[in-house]
Every structure is written in C-alpha cells, then in structure tokens.
Design a protein around this ligand. Structure first.
Ligand code: HEC
Ligand code: HEC
Length: 283
C-alpha cells in the first residue's frame, strides 16, 4: 500500500490512490454506504495531532505560518465584517450592533458553541445561518447569498469574537441524531472514486496524496473562514466540503443545506477543546 504514496504520475494519482484503497479494502469488510450511525465501524485516527504536525513541518516547512505572519489577506475581510456589523440595513432601521453591542460584546464566546441544535428550526443552527435569520427576522433585510463576500465577512467577524475560546459544541439530547447523520455522511462512500471523507482524513491521515499531506480531522473546524491560496480568497468550512466532494467526483451540496450543517456539527465536535482561531490560512 505505502507504494501508492510515491507519486510519479501526478495527474493519475488520486485515481490510483482510490483504486488502491478499493483493492485493499475489498477483503476487509469495511462498511458499505450510509446505514444507521450506530452501525458505523469507525476508523482509528491514523496519527496523533503531534505526529501530524511533525510531518506537516517536514513537508511544508514553516511556509504557511510565515505567510500568515506577513499578513493574512483574510484580515481585510475581517475588517469589512466589523464595518458591516455596524451598518444599518433593512426596514427595521437596525444594524447587528443595535442588538448585539457596538463591538459585538454580547456575542463574545458565543460562536465556540456553534453549530448547535435550535428547536426553532428543529435542526442544527450555524453562525452563517443565524446571520441570515437575524437579517430576515430582526432587521427586515434580505438574506445574504451564502459564500458571498458579505456573508463570509460577517461570519468571520462573529467567529473572531470567540478567538481563543475553546470549542465546546454539544451533541447531547436533541442534537444527537443530527450528529449521527453528520457522522454517517462522513463515513459514506461517494462519488465516482467511491471514497468517504473518513478514508482520507482519518484512515490515511498523515500520508501524501499528490503533493498534499492528508490532514487528520481533529483540527478542521477551528480556523474557518480562512484565506486559501488555491482559492485566492477567503471562504468558509462548507466551501471546503464542496471542494472535497468534487475531489472524489461526487456532487457538491448547496451551502447550509441540512446535510452540510450536520457535517459541520460532526467535524466541529472533533475539534472540541481546541481554541477558535480565525481567520485561518491554508494552501
Ligand atoms: C433587532 C435585534 C437583532 C438584530 C438587529 C440582529 N440580531 Fe442577532 N439575534 C437577535 C435575537 C433575538 C437572537 C436570538 C435568536 C433569534 O431569535 O433568532 C439573535 C441571535 C444571534 C446570534 C446567536 C446568539 C447566541 O447566543 O446563540 C448571532 C451569532 C447573531 N444573532 C448575529 C447577528 C448578526 C451578525 C446580525 C446582523 C446581520 C444580527 N444578529 C442582527 C436579535 C438581533
Ligand atoms: C481523496 C482524498 C480526500 C477525500 C475523500 C476528502 N478529502 Fe478533504 N482534503 C483532502 C486534501 C488533499 C486536502 C488538503 C490537505 C489537507 O488539509 O488534508 C483536504 C482538506 C480538507 C479540509 C481542510 C483542512 C484544513 O486544515 O483546513 C477539510 C475541512 C476537508 N478536507 C473536509 C473533507 C470532507 C468533509 C470530506 C468528505 C465530504 C473530505 N474532506 C473528503 C483530501 C480528501
């Protein structure tokens, strides 16, 4: 198996990798498809976070850290988010700041517990979704298109009010079935390459795929929205979901759909205890 990670045929590597895994997995009763979460045979995390960081530094050096130190371009987006927070919009003549404090004081630390179950929508609420709910219900302003500049800027600003606060999402009580749905999705094989998120980010975390080191999923949800060099812009965690769906040639889902919110809960729970650190900076 390890041989697959010597990559000579760059463009075919993901495919080779996928086929390799399929062959390797064939004899191992892995699980097939969705099914109830309780039936999921979870993989063991392939490497510890410390070991991953060691490999990350070996592969990339301090490249992203240094770039981020020189100035994360998402910093400008954050500044715009702060301005938008104070901007009066909609028929009620209010800004976010009218209700949540001039500098968002009343929202400090709040985002560290998101996503969370909300009885009003009988499902999982995210910061991005709540922003639009507030605009619609409390401001009389139009909802912002997900992943538009202003949406991402506001999400980033609200999350930055929790920077340094340990992530603490709950999966108890009514949140539980949604968490399990997120987990089932994470372990479901999909796309033409028939791969699950968990194959890459749990089972093979720490291995190379093409020119990338596969990260383990414990620290996926603590630093988005963030700037990504490949995008040349600032985007959300759910934009990342869509990119990885496409990698295995599966159909990406709409932003903030139920499945992606459940998935966001699942991934954020894996990051429980880590401090919120936005904006992130990634290749
Ligand atoms: C007129 C008052 C009002 C305005 C204006 C308003 N909100 Fe809210 N916001 C609320 C209320 C009330 C809640 C509680 C949940 C609900 O009713 O939607 C809330 C909840 C929230 C929460 C979740 C808080 C928590 O403790 O879980 C966030 C985050 C938030 N608002 C962000 C914003 C942002 C960003 C804006 C501007 C786009 C905004 N709000 C505008 C009244 C407002
Ligand atoms: C074919 C392997 C593969 C599969 C399957 C895959 N990903 Fe990824 N993913 C990658 C690679 C490569 C990267 C970039 C390097 C890294 O951070 O691991 C990445 C990055 C990410 C990141 C950003 C990590 C960070 O540090 O910010 C997230 C979040 C993510 N993937 C989520 C998912 C989800 C959710 C799924 C399932 C829908 C999925 N991935 C499926 C290969 C994969």
């Amino acid at each position: 198996m390890r041989r697959f990670f010597h990559f000579f045929f760059k463009d075919y590597l993901i495919l080779t990798f996928a086929i390799g895994l399929l062959v390797a997995g064939a004899g191992r009763s892995a699980f097939a498809g969705a099914g109830p979460a309780s039936g999921i045979k979870e993989y063991k995390q392939n490497i510890s976070t410390a070991e991953y960081e060691k490999r990350y530094n070996a592969v990339y050096g301090k490249f992203t850290e240094q770039m981020a130190e020189q100035g994360n371009p998402a910093g400008f987006v954050l500044d715009d988010g702060r301005d938008l927070f104070k901007k009066v919009e909609g028929s009620a003549g209010k800004s976010c700041a009218s209700c949540h404090g001039e500098n968002g004081e009343k929202l400090e630390g709040v985002a560290a517990a998101y996503p969370k179950y909300d009885p009003a929508i009988k499902g999982i609420n995210t910061v991005a979704l709540q922003i639009n709910r507030c605009r619609k219900d409390h401001m009389g302003a139009p909802e912002l298109k997900y992943e538009s500049y202003n949406q991402v800027a506001l999400e980033l600003y609200v999350k930055s009010l929790s920077n340094g606060v340990p992530i603490n999402v709950s999966i108890d009580g009514p949140a539980r079935p949604f968490y399990e749905a997120g987990e089932a999705y994470y372990y479901k094989r999909q796309g033409q390459l028939n791969m699950s998120c968990a194959i890459c980010h749990v089972k093979y975390a720490g291995h190379m795929i093409r020119a990338n080191l596969l990260s383990n999923n414990r620290h996926h949800a603590d630093h988005w929205p963030g700037y990504r060099l490949k995008w040349g812009k600032t985007g959300s965690l759910q934009k990342r979901f869509r990119g990885c769906n496409k990698k295995v040639r599966a159909k990406p889902l709409p932003f903030q759909c139920e499945t992606y919110r459940d998935l966001e809960l699942y991934l954020t729970y894996q990051a429980n205890g880590l401090p919120v650190e936005v904006p992130g900076f990634r290749m």
